[in-house]
Ligand binder design. Structure first.
Ligand code: IVH
Length: 788
């Protein structure tokens, strides 16, 4: 067996940088065989013949060679088996269980509200026992470690929560991370926790970097993130990274009944835990813990930005579940932001991708909470006026977590004598177009639209940004350069760059870097999720959540485009809208009015009153016999239109202006609503935008989104109404569960109701359901139907 590995002249002694391609190829073949051999010994025969450290070294060597020669990576490479980093960046990992973030509490009131919310949801009285684990919140980056049969097989960053980066090779170099767990362990175990750096280690590392004249890290968090996201794991190995475990992802069997129990099990497997932690029963204890940690904060070996409270009982955690990206069963209680004072040198204007002008404070460099700050947002001109911020002022700057630094206030006693109030700009500093503030808006916008270079560049930057196309190598500077050169003027140009523009030889571009850029672009071209494409377009009010919902609803790129065009054409007209938005009328009455006008017999009734000056308009309207129309509505209509002829004309126009099904479908899509729908319609009505979207559709392989998971659950797509007192769960819990299974929960029984779930003392709703023939279930029957 051994000769297999000895065939190449032992090149493992050669520095990776010095390997020839032939040597690299031979060594990768040998490493693949050797790692597979040790895997067999370990997994199938339980007889490992090398130490964990030696095994890790083989995997690392393999990764390092592949990083230098990506084209030589073998199909049977160990890095693929553990799913580890391809050279053009890190591989993607879909999390088996989403990695959540945490909601924030900033005050004792917020904490009390958190506890009250938990109790309300679970239907617990104020005096029922409810325990929490309180632990420090470390400033690092979260990581999920997957163990199969006790062996570390995968480590991934959080990414967007659904999908992260494969950092297995790097995490293997962290001393605190057990590579194999002592038995007993579940078949599958995902441990979630934080990769971080101790403050002393951080200082020592920066000092060493300063000596070698390497760039310094701003704070321990950035240092940890930068170290973990190294393509070469040997670099990570040289960094003093630590790891705390604090939660679980996928597990094949329960390992504990409480959060505290999870900590105990993790400790047993050799994980470090974030300390000091405490079991607290209720608000006062939580706040006492918070105060105590706050006092000890400076003495802890690592940076923390707050504490975390978690419901201790795992069954209750399960019932509480989560809302959007955060669990209902946990919350982060943050420490107050850090502040410092510095001089405001100038106020500049940043132009956003939708033309919004944001004033920015240019500051004399100042360190706030360990980070050097030279700019801060001033939000908008009203904020500047309200705080009376002037150039030359000494200002208080605040930074909280990852939030952009802010100017809190001016130190008026230090104001220079000659200072003058800030005067808002009237034109765009980039394209010179008029910059206007619409009535009721706080934001001033450049009216340059498509001609404004700043907007165009911002749109492109957004297009390639992390949650959109995430094209590595197309950073801010390069977008700027390529735009100025005319290489990339619209998103479509990105995908025609190769072959159209000769980059090699331009300053800063070598063959390798050009190849990397085209690889990164082509990778996206060959497969990109629909929601990323939608989000990338940068349409106002269409953020990530809305983009995801649109993708789920319309599923394919072509289907979505057609639907958006159709929706734009099916928008309600101005008279229809005016009627539906009129104060005092209401949408239901508006519809009965239009139904009345649509009836051919109505015309003669109106003719009868025409020219009858003696009667007041509201009296006429009130006497036409329109269903549901009351005096208040008649008055509102009369005031709005003035004369019978005008009212009649407006209503007759409105009849033909009702929204069509495509519009109604768009507006009813979750997380869309009128405002976003209007922006979408407006975007697609613009020829140039449509050309870009079609250009993208032609050139990209856009992956269809999964339709909402109906079918899995017998209640998916059904409409259910809960009534009476439920015994096993509160109303909010019942609603959240039903919705998570794809059911719609309505407040009242109608012909569209599929089930009425009737608890004790169900009243009129049960009677109505009986009358309409709606299926009525007891709470037990409902639970049985949704699987307990
Ligand atoms: S629990 C589902 N516990 O803070 C609950 N998170 O701001 C998952 N973090 O993404 C988080 N210390 O990366 C938890 N003791 C702790 C933590 C902690 C730091 C991080 C974590 C999370 C972020 C949210």
């Amino acid at each position: 067996m051994h000769d297999l590995f000895d065939t190449p002249p032992n090149p493992r002694k050669i520095d990776v940088e010095a390997l020839t391609p032939e040597q690299a190829q031979a060594e990768l073949a040998a490493l693949a065989a050797e790692v597979a051999h040790h895997d067999r010994l370990y997994h199938q025969q339980d007889q490992p013949e090398i130490s964990d450290a030696d095994y890790d070294a083989l995997v690392r060597r393999n990764t390092a060679i592949e990083a230098r020669f990506p084209e030589l990576r073998r199909a049977d490479s160990p890095s693929l088996r553990v799913g580890s980093a391809p050279a053009a960046g890190f591989g993607k990992v879909r999390h088996a269980v989403p990695m959540l973030s945490l909601g924030n509490a900033f005050s004792p009131d917020d904490v009390a509200e958190f506890e009250a919310r938990v109790r309300r949801f679970l239907g617990l009285s104020d005096d029922a026992a409810l325990g929490f684990v309180a632990e420090p919140k470390i400033d690092g980056l979260s990581c999920s470690l997957r163990y199969e049969r006790g062996e570390l097989v995968l480590a991934a960053t959080r990414g967007d929560g659904a999908e992260g980066e494969n950092v297995t090779a790097n995490v293997r170099t962290i001393r605190d991370v057990p590579k194999r767990l002592p038995a007993p362990f579940p078949e599958v175990l995902e441990v979630r926790g934080e990769v971080y750096m101790n403050r002393d280690d951080f200082r020592a590392m920066n000092a060493a970097r300063a000596e070698r004249e390497e760039p310094l890290f701003a704070n321990p968090r950035n240092a940890a993130a930068g170290s973990l996201r190294q393509l070469d794991p040997t670099i990570t190995a040289g960094r003093p990274l630590c790891f705390f475990g604090y939660a679980l992802g996928e597990v094949s069997e329960p390992i504990a009944e409480t959060q505290w129990g999870i900590r105990e099990r993790l400790k047993g497997w050799g994980f470090q835990l974030n300390r000091p932690a405490e079991l607290c029963d209720g608000n006062d204890k939580l706040l006492a813990y918070y105060e105590g940690i706050g006092r000890r904060r400076a003495g802890l070996p690592f940076d923390i930005d707050g504490v975390v409270y978690k419901v201790d009982n795992l069954e209750l955690q399960q019932r509480l579940g989560f809302v959007s990206r955060a669990p209902r069963w946990a919350i982060a209680h943050k420490f107050p932001a850090e502040q410092a004072q510095t001089r405001l040198k100038a106020i500049t204007i940043q132009v956003g991708r939708t033309g919004a002008l944001t004033p920015v404070a240019e500051l004399e460099d100042i360190t706030v909470g360990g980070v050097v700050v030279s700019r801060a947002t001033l939000h908008n001109e009203d904020e500047i006026a309200r705080k009376d911020i002037r150039v030359g002022d000494l200002v208080v700057v605040q930074r909280a977590g990852d939030v952009i630094p802010q100017v809190v206030e001016v130190v008026l006693s230090q104001r220079p004598a000659e200072s003058a109030p800030y005067v808002p700009v009237e034109t765009c500093p980039v394209c010179g177009s008029l910059a206007i503030r619409e009535a009721g808006e706080v934001v001033r916008r450049c009216t340059g639209g498509l001609i404004c270079a700043a907007q165009a560049k911002e749109r492109l930057r957004h297009f390639v940004s992390r949650d959109a196309f995430d094209i590595e190598g197309l950073g801010e500077k390069i977008i700027e350069e390529f735009w100025d050169e005319g290489f990339i003027k619209s998103p479509v140009d990105i995908f025609t760059l190769e072959g159209r523009v000769e980059l090699v030889g331009r300053p800063g571009w070598k063959e390798k870097s050009v190849e990397n850029l085209f690889n990164a672009i082509n990778q996206r071209r060959r497969g990109i999720d629909l929601h990323r494409v939608i989000y990338a377009l940068g349409i106002r009010h269409v953020g990530e959540v809305t983009a995801k919902s649109l993708a789920r609803h319309y599923t394919t790129m072509d289907g979505w485009i057609d639907a958006m065009i159709a929706a734009g054409q099916a928008m309600p007209g101005p008279d229809w809208r005016d009627l539906h938005e009129l104060n005092g009328v209401g949408p239901v009455t508006a519809d009965t009015i239009l139904a009345w006008f649509a009836d051919p017999e109505s015309g003669s009734k109106l003719d009868f009153y025409a020219g009858n000056e003696a009667l007041r308009l509201e009296t006429i309207i009130g006497s036409l016999g329109i269903k549901r129309l009351n005096t208040r509505a008649a008055q509102a209509l009369a005031t709005r239109h003035g004369t019978l002829a005008d009212w009649r004309a407006a209503m007759e126009r409105a009849v033909g202006q009702a929204p069509g099904p495509a519009w109604l479908e768009l507006v009813a899509t979750p997380d869309v609503g009128e405002v976003a729908a209007e922006e979408l319609a407006g975007f697609f009505a613009e020829e140039r935008n449509l050309a870009i979207v079609r250009g993208l559709a032609d050139r990209l392989t856009v992956l269809a989104a999964e339709a909402p998971k109906a079918g899995n659950s017998p209640v998916a797509g059904k409409t259910v109404v809960f009534t009476g007192t439920l015994e096993k769960m509160t109303r909010s819990e019942a609603k959240a569960r039903a919705e998570s299974l794809g059911a719609k929960v309505a407040g009242s029984v109608s012909g569209k109701t599929d089930y009425l779930v009737a608890g004790a003392d169900a009243g009129s709703k049960a009677a109505k359901a009986k009358e309409l023939g709606v299926e009525i279930l007891t709470e037990e029957e409902w639970l049985a139907r949704i699987g307990g």
